[in-house]
Each structure stands twice: as C-alpha cells, then as structure tokens.
Design a protein around this ligand. Structure first.
Ligand SMILES: [Zn+2]
Length: 99
C-alpha cells in the first residue's frame, strides 16, 4: 500500500498519466484486499468465539450492551410497551431522570 502511494508520487513527479492511473488502481486494490481480509479475520474470530475456541486479536464493536428483560418472566424484551411472552405491560421507570 505504501509502495503504491510512493509510486503515485514518483509518477506525478514525472507526469506519467497512465502510470498514475495504474498506481491508483493498485493502491485501491491493496485497500480492497486489506478490507476483505480484515472482514474475513473478524468473521473467523466471531465463529471461534461462538464455538468456545481460543482466538487471537480483538473483536470490534461495542464493549458494553444493555438488554432489557421482563421482570415477570425474565425473557428479553423486543417491544417498548409490553412483553411478548407473558403480555405484561411495561411501566416506564422515571426515577432519577427528571432530577
Ligand atoms: Zn414477560
């Protein structure tokens, strides 16, 4: 990638338009390969994590997530108004929000 960028600079210095286009295409190809292999590596890490295997590297994304659960049946909530499992109505907890 850095080599392709250096080649673009050298070709701009010598004003070779065909060489500049070829170097830009090479730099774009290098970036696309880096992006593709980064995505594949992330996918393999996620599959290893799901399978319970050890993996190297770090999985990107949020480090902390909040999942709301029903206080009656403890199932995960998908609606903001009621629980789909036990049909309990959700009451907003405004304690501390207006102070
Ligand atoms: Zn429920």
């Amino acid at each position: 990638m850095l080599g392709a960028l250096a080649a673009i600079g050298i070709l701009l210095w010598f004003q070779s338009s065909v060489g500049v286009l070829a170097s830009i295409a090479t730099a774009w190809g290098a970036f696309a390969q880096w992006l593709l292999f980064s995505c594949l590596a992330e996918h393999l890490r996620l599959q290893k994590k799901l399978a319970g295997e050890r993996f190297q590297g770090r999985i990107s994304g949020p480090q902390e997530e909040i999942i709301w659960a029903c206080s009656q049946c403890h199932h995960m909530l998908h609606s903001e108004t009621h629980c789909e499992v036990c049909r309990a109505t959700i009451v907003a907890d405004d304690v501390g929000l207006n102070s």
